[in-house]
Ligand binder design. Structure first.
Ligand SMILES: NC(=O)N[C@@H](CC(=O)O)C(=O)O
Ligand SMILES: [Zn+2]
Ligand SMILES: [Zn+2]
Length: 437
């Protein structure tokens, strides 16, 4: 099938493109990028005037709960949410049941996602067996089956010695360790940021140090082992400073931030106790959020990730203390970035493309996707004027635990192509027709 995207504003900093072009997709490839392409007879023409065409978006930190917790999300429902949010690739964290700590588990996820036929799933394997922090998992076996990175996300690896072994081993395969940095002896019982929020609402605090101290440790282990280190969901100004200093030294350190840590803070938690504001790490201070916004603009933070963490109603509709940590995010990530940073002119379109497409691919060592002739047609078309209201019905995810329910946002993806397959059409997820290769 061929598609001609007419008159899109194409943004791809990798090829220095930030201008209006026609783009012809033929089969799984980009066949032509030019100022004016006559529609071939067999091509479907899509009027992209006023819209932005970018390399397919990548979210390198999601939880799809499959296998084990399919009542929250399956690979298929997660893939639908990802497609609806404009993504062509997502990297799934291993805290499933069983934990993704063997090659067979990695293969299961890839097989299931091919049958879902919507987006590429890039499994992240566990560092340790069962994410228990005791025994090294079968890293080599998982690499053979297609694991792109390794993490015990959901938990920090508590023992520095164990983390050293993990990093030494992972570096042999030229893969990256994505570190959930949390010292449990500092965060146990914590349910909210330690400081204003914990004092105001009278709940056990979760200190910033519980994150920062482990980031410091892992950066030193990165120096010692040479293993590429990616810091997951940074949430404080000090965490950002540690990463900045490591980068300035030339260490192979990258990091990510979520939209909720950029655009919400502890002051948003009121005595309404909305449990969709409870996550790990917790929402921090307003000044932390401001520092993170600065970090995403100045290049210190590499990627936007959602940490899409679906939970069922009974796991959220309860007292704050016992509610599960985490919120869904795949479908609101791009609209939030557009509404809060890009459309007001604070962030350029090309920086948006870097943090949502180029850098996550680089961190995961995936092949580059460039908008040029001959490249794989993994593409996202964005309408910057579309108004979306976040409702339970609008969310395609099986879970509805969004922090933005009822809110209106401006800008969203309208078309997505994965290897030339039209997976999102006019904002609607396209039904599966064939297995994705
Ligand atoms: N972020 C969260 O609050 N929850 C995540 C775990 C994690 O990302 O650490 C989950 O799996 O639910
Ligand atoms: Zn985590
Ligand atoms: Zn996570």
């Amino acid at each position: 099938m061929a598609y001609l995207l007419k008159g899109a504003h194409v943004v791809d900093p990798q090829v220095g493109l930030d201008d209006v072009r026609d783009v012809l997709v033929d089969g799984d490839k980009i066949a032509c990028v030019s100022t004016c392409i006559e529609p071939p007879a067999d091509a479907e023409v899509i009027d992209a005037t006023g819209k932005y065409l970018v390399p397919g978006l990548v979210d390198m930190h999601v939880h799809f709960r499959d296998p084990g917790f399919e009542y929250k999300e399956t690979i298929e429902t997660g893939a639908r949410a990802a497609t609806h949010g404009g993504f062509t690739d997502v990297a799934t964290m291993p805290n499933t049941d069983p934990v993704t700590d063997t090659g067979a588990e990695v293969r299961y996820q890839i097989d299931r996602s091919r049958h879902a036929g919507l987006c590429h799933i890039r499994p992240i394997g566990a560092l340790t067996v069962g994410e228990k922090g005791q025994t090294l998992a079968e890293i080599g076996d998982m690499v053979m089956e297609g694991a792109v990175a390794f993490s015990d996300d959901g938990h920090g690896v508590q023992s520095a010695g164990m983390m050293r072994t993990c990093m030494e081993y992972v570096s042999q395969f030229d893969k990256v360790v994505s570190a959930h940095c949390e010292i449990e002896s500092l965060t146990t019982h914590g349910v909210i940021n330690e400081g204003r929020a914990s004092t105001r609402l009278g709940m056990f605090g979760w200190p910033a140090l519980g994150e920062e101290l482990e980031i410091y440790r892992d950066i030193e282990l990165c120096r010692m082992t040479g293993c590429a280190l990616h810091i997951a969901h940074i949430s404080t100004e000090k965490s950002l400073e540690l990463v900045r200093a490591a980068k300035a030294e030339g260490l192979p350190v990258t990091c990510e931030v979520t939209p909720h840590h950029l655009f919400l803070c502890e002051d948003d938690i009121t005595d309404a106790y909305d449990t969709n504001l409870k996550m790990n790490p917790p929402l921090r201070s307003a000044s932390d959020a401001a520092a993170l916004r600065e970090g995403i603009l100045d290049g210190s933070i590499d990627c936007i990730v959602t940490d899409h963490a679906p939970h069922a109603p009974h796991e959220k509709d309860c007292e704050w203390e016992i509610a599960f940590f985490g919120i869904v995010g795949l479908e609101t990530s791009l609209p939030l970035m557009l509404t809060n940073l890009v459309l007001p002119g604070t962030m350029s379109w090309s920086r948006l493309v870097e943090v949502m497409a180029v850098n996550p691919r680089r961190c995961l060592r995936l092949p580059e996707i460039r908008i040029e002739e001959g490249c794989t047609a993994d593409l996202t078309l964005i309408d910057p004027t579309a108004e979306v209201t976040v409702t339970e019905d609008w969310l395609q995810s099986r879970s509805k635990n969004s922090a933005w329910l009822g809110k209106s946002l401006t800008g969203c993806a309208t078309e997505v192509f994965v290897a030339g397959r039209h997976t999102l059409t006019n904002g609607v997820v396209t039904p599966v027709k064939r297995v994705l290769r």
